[in-house]
Design a protein around this ligand. Sequence first.
Ligand SMILES: [Zn+2]
Ligand SMILES: [Zn+2]
Length: 258
Amino acid sequence: MIIDTHCHLYMDAFDLDREAVIARAKEFGIQYMVNVGIDGPTNRASYELALKYKTIFHTAGFHPHSAGEFNDAEFAAVRSFVQETKPVAIGEIGLDYFKSQSSHEDQKKTFVQMIGLALEQDLPVIVHSREAFADTYEILKKEGQGKLRGVMHCFSYDEAAAKALFDLGFLISFTCNLTFKNAVSLAEVARAVPLDKIMLETDSPYLAPQIFRGKRNEPCCLTHLADFLAEKRSVAREEIERVTSETARLFFSLKDRP
Ligand SMILES: [Zn+2]
Ligand SMILES: [Zn+2]
């Protein structure tokens, strides 16, 4: 059994066959899926799927791409959504200076406010960070006050960055882009870091593994990532599954629902 700690099953890419995708995940041994929201409507859509399927858990986030739309009314709405629906995490939130679809100021402001919400609600955060490590780290350290739990998802930085996050008490998670032929240095990071500090994710529908590159990704493809990591680290696939799943269950407090 293995856990997809980050996917977006509410997206249009799954509109034609969502039910089959969720069933296929189960067939391939995906125990749970964390369905990650990126703004008000998708947080709600993610929650609706979690109500329908016991293997799905929802989060409440506000993506840096949409930070330009974040304001006091949006914050109040996401806060009451969290109180009402009890998500397993706040996220995704963070900074994206690669695409910079929102101003860096708006991104930082949104990120800081959402961290405050996570601390208030005693929830972990799922952090998206692209070409913005220094600012992300500074905000997590300052705003987290040593109390914030979190994961940097789709980790794309170097080993020193991973180490700095571990020292903050954070985890990192790897996506199927780890299997890309040109991801040599990232694969080296994934080989070197402690196994109990990492989680696995697909970020579906994005980032399909090398063999399906360019196609739609889906949770069952997580098995390719687990195989890749087992080979890289020269350990049994079962060991990768056991350790990363245990970490994910504890981190998000996941358990079977009646
Ligand atoms: Zn992301
Ligand atoms: Zn994502």
